[in-house]
Design a protein. Structure first.
Ligand SMILES: Cc1cc2nc3c(=O)[nH]c(=O)nc-3n(C[C@H](O)[C@H](O)[C@H](O)COP(=O)(O)OP(=O)(O)OC[C@H]3O[C@@H](n4cnc5c(N)ncnc54)[C@H](O)[C@@H]3O)c2cc1C
Length: 338
């Protein structure tokens, strides 16, 4: 028989980690399950040879007072540092808007690892379906393993979460379903390129170029997370869509053509490259509220809570995911396992 928890959380990105922390702090039994090789989701850092590169989120900003208090704590602990107050767009007018951009000392994924300390989680577990039972919820993974709980938290990009409940035949209230069906995401192709020597990128080693094919270019060595010269290059949404189905070598060849004039040095050469495809990089608009918490009825009419959190609420960024998970987790703790 499956081990029963008060709450099972699908996805150990920032929103899932924060929801789990809130529930555990409130005394609930919680287990996180993630299909990735490590926790963090889009807070992703990849090792390439002797170097490291952030392949998902590159930095974060702070608007929310509660998030600000956490960030101050991470800075005091030496986990997070202020990287910049604006990015050059490649023109002669580098944009310094006075708004701090923070990064994580050992790469963005290290913050997720830090937040997973003390939580019960399993990685390399891909859920396939979420269904209602007489007592609550039953989850099944792709290996046929079964998990049971009183409540479930869904944190994956919304279309992926909806697929799980559709596979389990879960019917949501009409309005909730319509809200979730409205969420759309931008794809993002990311190229990690090892280069032969210093890059000519302006301080602090990154460029943000709105309305161009290469939206973001950062030197992870100058960011302070890599021993080797590794660039993270993000393609814009339209350019990502245009290159999506090409072989990796062809993607790198096309990106290199756009990159050469930006690097401003003839000696620049790509010595190795990897391509990461994020089908759901960021939602294109925000949903109302901080999360979506619904009571789902079974055939006999008894209900069990289902919580959706993530960056589709509170802003399509690191901070939004964090805050959504934190507030959603707290709200669920009021309903379950008391
Ligand atoms: C290329 C890129 C650049 C970005 N740059 C920035 C930036 O500079 N600043 C910023 O603030 N934000 C940035 N973002 C956005 C930021 O990374 C996200 O908003 C945030 O990390 C989302 O967290 P989350 O918890 O909502 O989702 P995720 O991190 O996606 O977590 C969801 C988790 O669910 C897991 N999962 C999915 N399906 C299943 C399943 N069936 N079974 C088990 N597990 C499953 C996934 O493995 C994942 O770990 C960027 C995103 C990308 C992709």
């Amino acid at each position: 028989m499956a081990l029963h928890h008060n709450v099972l959380v699908i996805g150990a990105g920032l929103s899932g980690l924060m929801a789990a922390r809130m529930l555990q702090d409130a005394g609930r039994t919680v287990r996180l399950l993630d299909k990735g090789r490590s926790v963090g989701g889009r807070m992703a850092t990849r090792r390439v040879g002797d170097g490291k590169a952030d392949t998902g989120a590159q930095f974060f900003t702070v608007r929310d007072a509660e998030f600000d208090a956490y960030v101050k704590g991470w800075i005091a602990q030496g986990i997070v540092f202020e990287w910049s107050r604006g990015w050059s767009d490649g023109s002669l007018n580098p944009a310094r808007d006075g708004h701090p951009r923070y990064a994580v000392r050992d790469g963005m994924n290290a913050l997720a690892k830090h937040l997973s300390n003390g939580l019960d989680f399993a990685v390399n577990v891909e859920l396939q379906s979420v269904r209602r039972t007489v007592t609550g919820w039953q989850l099944t993974d792709t290996e046929g393993e079964v998990y049971a709980s009183d409540a479930v938290v869904l944190t994956a990009p919304v279309p992926q979460s909806l697929k799980l409940i559709d596979n389990g035949g879960v019917v949501l209230p009409k309005e909730a379903r319509a809200t979730l069906d409205s969420v759309q995401y931008e794809p993002c192709l990311v190229i990690i390129a090892e280069v032969n020597g210093a890059t000519g990128l302006p301080a602090p080693g990154a460029m943000q170029r709105h309305n161009s094919n290469l939206y973001w270019i950062a030197d992870n060595e100058r960011k302070g997370i890599s021993k080797t010269h590794l660039l993270t290059i993000q393609c814009s949404g339209p350019f990502s869509r245009a290159l999506w189905d090409l072989h990796d070598e062809e993607v790198v060849r096309k990106v290199r053509i756009d990159l050469m004039p930006i690097m401003g040095t003839d000696a620049f050469e790509i010595t190795a490259a990897q391509v990461k495809r994020w089908r759901y990089s960021r939602p294109v608009s925000d949903l109302p509220g901080d999360y979506l918490l619904v009571d789902v009825a079974d055939a006999a009419g008894s209900t069990a809570p289902l919580l959706f959190v993530g960056d589709a609420w509170c802003g399509a960024r690191v901070e939004g995911a964090f805050v959504s998970g934190l507030r959603g987790g707290r709200a669920l703790a009021e309903k379950v396992g008391k």
